[in-house]
Ligand binder design. Sequence first.
Ligand SMILES: Cc1ncc(COP(=O)(O)O)c(C=O)c1O
Length: 388
Amino acid sequence: MSFSRRAFVKTLGIGGAAALSSSYIPRAYDLPSFWTPTLLAQEGPLLLHNNENPLGPGDRVLNAIREHIAPDGATIGRYPFALTGGLARAIAQRFDVEPGNIIMGTGSTQALRTATQVYTSPTKALVTATPTYEECTQYAQLIGSAVVEVGLNENLELDLDEMAAAARGAGMVFLNNPNNPTATVHPEDAVNGFIDDVLTASPDTMILVDEAYHDYVTDPRHVSQIPHAVRNPKVMAARTFSKAHGMAGMRVGYMIAHEDTVRELSPWHSFNTMNTPGILGATISILDTQRLEEEAARNTEARQYTIDWFKNAGFDATDSQCNFIFVKTGMNAQEFRDGARENGVMVGRNFPPYQEEWARISIGTLEQMQQATEAFAKVLRVNATAAA
Ligand SMILES: Cc1ncc(COP(=O)(O)O)c(C=O)c1O
């Protein structure tokens, strides 16, 4: 359907148009039915606000989905029960674990919520950082669990010592490594030390390590906690297909844990929430390590370009290990966001207490980042060419 922006504003009316102004981030259920994904991708601003993958999944994933649905779509009329076991086996093969170590769901969000539900309560707090990925925090608050938020250290890293101290008697600790929004990572020995400290002082506390951005890490000192999680019933490792796999729109994620932990969580976790394209795509994608390496390399190049651009322009940034960067623009995050939006780029929300000077910017393709930095130059009033 062809569609002009003027017609869109007219259809929405004044209130709707105002809602689309600079700071407005559309949520799926806000979008009018004619706002198609094509329109979002091709005619809208550059979407550098949700840490998404600008390319989507690889051809092998897309072809498998197309073949399954062709020729008449009848397979989509069936529940995907017969396919979920295949995904569990593929994940198990990839990480050399058993299907009984895996919990899958609609994005890792579902597993994060299940763990929060089972392991926190009004007397068994969630210990988390601030700022970090907020899903567990918000869900714990929703269900009435106690929440303890620990600030970052001066390097904008999770303060592992303070978090371990706060974890005594807690129900669950949420450790996002690398951390969203700061993009910083903790090396293997620091995370192992943290887990030892927590469990020595508080043996019943669960530790959930969210590794959503693991595939984008380039620091060789970082390792996954999946092997640890399989051995230790107190440790869980969450992963997602929404980032490096490029499947955020298909909503698939998983958590790997000891079989006893999976058994404890299972009654609270609906296993019937995933969809056929997502399951099929994830089954192919998890074993397509070549594509994953290509995607990581693509991101590293675009990330380095962007960080170099900011540094050359005189702005500090953390050492990003993710598909987003955290930059000290020196400008209020809302002002920076509004300015960027006016110049055709959407960037991340506020992350208190850093909203006065820091912004989170997701990494798109190299070409998109070249375009975005021109917009940032205007907002920050620097010379784009000198910074490049
Ligand atoms: C650290 C972290 N965990 C989990 C998620 C959500 O992932 P999913 O799409 O798998 O629900 C995000 C999304 O941005 C994230 O940043």
